[in-house]
Design a protein around this ligand. Structure first.
Ligand code: C5P
Length: 318
């Protein structure tokens, strides 16, 4: 059995939240949310290789990234294998480009990339791994992938769908939306991160829901979803909204300063990514985004210029 020759190369794309409404605390302690998420071309690259030696081994080129069960790619593979009752050897090499603690979903995206590689019935890896690991055992239903993804983390199910999507529940319910035409996205990551649990907790303490302003009958995510479904792309920058900005900017006013900087540099709209700390601006073309990026050189900032990607681009497997 030539197990070592079975390798998949999977691109694992980042996301930005065009909206993030936090609706309240659920009985399980998580928060009920509504969010329109969008894949962007900034990506990590994963190489998955089946090995004769049992166990899951993670190798990553970015120092400080956990290589044990705390790594969400590791967690995804081990939960999937447990559900399927198999115990193959697997090496996952991660070329990390998506900054961590940025709100870009890098770890969650890596986890979904592993699940997509095993779950894809059309990729070479999906077909070969099914044969090598015992025919029939890897007949993974989409429902299984989704429930494994939700067990790994709230953001993971979105990355199985990719492109533009409306995400509800605690993040595990994902409804695909039509692909928007390409926007250019300038992402700026300050040298500090924001803890997701802290941001949710602090928002509860603050007792405010900025997206549900006085007199508003529908959430920012519903407004954005209507706009996307109607292909009314021009109004998209005006509808950007993220409830978690309130606690994050209170703790780190620099995030607000970066948002203002993006708008001054010509962004049509600007917002914090997820629970932070990165912010992004929307630009109509690459030249405008690259020109604006010059304003953020230095100061320990990480800067990325990337277009949005379609569902097909975000979920393809070699
Ligand atoms: O699901 P995940 O492990 O990614 O979530 C990390 C933390 O973020 C949770 O433990 C919780 O504190 C917070 N969270 C939340 N509501 C959500 C998603 C995440 O409160 N919908």
């Amino acid at each position: 059995m030539e197990i070592g020759n079975t390798t998949a190369i999977v691109h694992s794309y980042a996301k930005v939240n065009l909206t993030l409404d936090v609706l309240g605390v659920r009985p399980d302690g998580y928060h009920a949310i509504e969010s329109v998420m969008q894949s962007v071309s900034l990506h990590d690259t994963l190489a998955l290789t089946l090995r004769d030696e049992p166990g899951i081994r993670i190798v990553c080129d970015m120092p400080g990234i956990p290589t044990d069960e705390k790594n969400l790619a590791h967690k995804a593979a081990s939960i999937l294998f447990r559900r399927l009752g198999i115990n193959p050897g697997l090496e996952i090499r991660i070329e990390k480009r998506i900054p961590v603690e940025a709100g870009l979903g890098g770890g969650s995206s890596n986890a979904a990339a592993v699940l997509r590689a095993f779950g894809s019935k059309s990729s070479k890896f999906g077909v070969q791994s099914s044969k090598l690991l015992g025919s029939g055992t890897l007949n993974i239903e989409p429902g299984t992938l989704n429930s494994v993804a939700a067990e790994v983390g709230s953001d993971v199910p979105f990355f199985l769908v990719g492109g533009s999507a409306l995400v509800t529940g605690r993040g595990e319910q994902v409804e695909a939306l039509p692909d928007a035409p390409c926007w250019w996205v300038l992402i700026v990551k300050p040298p500090f991160g924001v803890s997701t649990p802290w941001a949710y907790k602090r928002l509860d303490e603050m007792g405010e829901r900025p997206s549900l302003g006085a007199g508003e009958l529908i959430t920012a995510s519903e407004r954005m979803t209507r706009c996307v479904r109607a292909s009314d792309w021009a109004c998209l920058p005006d509808l950007l909204s993220n409830d978690l900005e309130l606690p994050a900017i209170e703790q780190h006013p620099e995030i607000g300063v970066l948002k203002d900087g993006l708008l001054r540099a010509g962004a049509q709209g600007a917002l914090m990514c997820g629970s932070g700390s990165a912010v992004f601006g929307l630009f109509p073309n690459e030249d405008a985004a690259r020109y604006a990026a010059n304003a953020f050189a230095g100061d320990g900032l990480q800067v990325f210029v990337c277009p949005t990607v379609t569902r097909q681009e975000a979920t393809g497997i070699e």
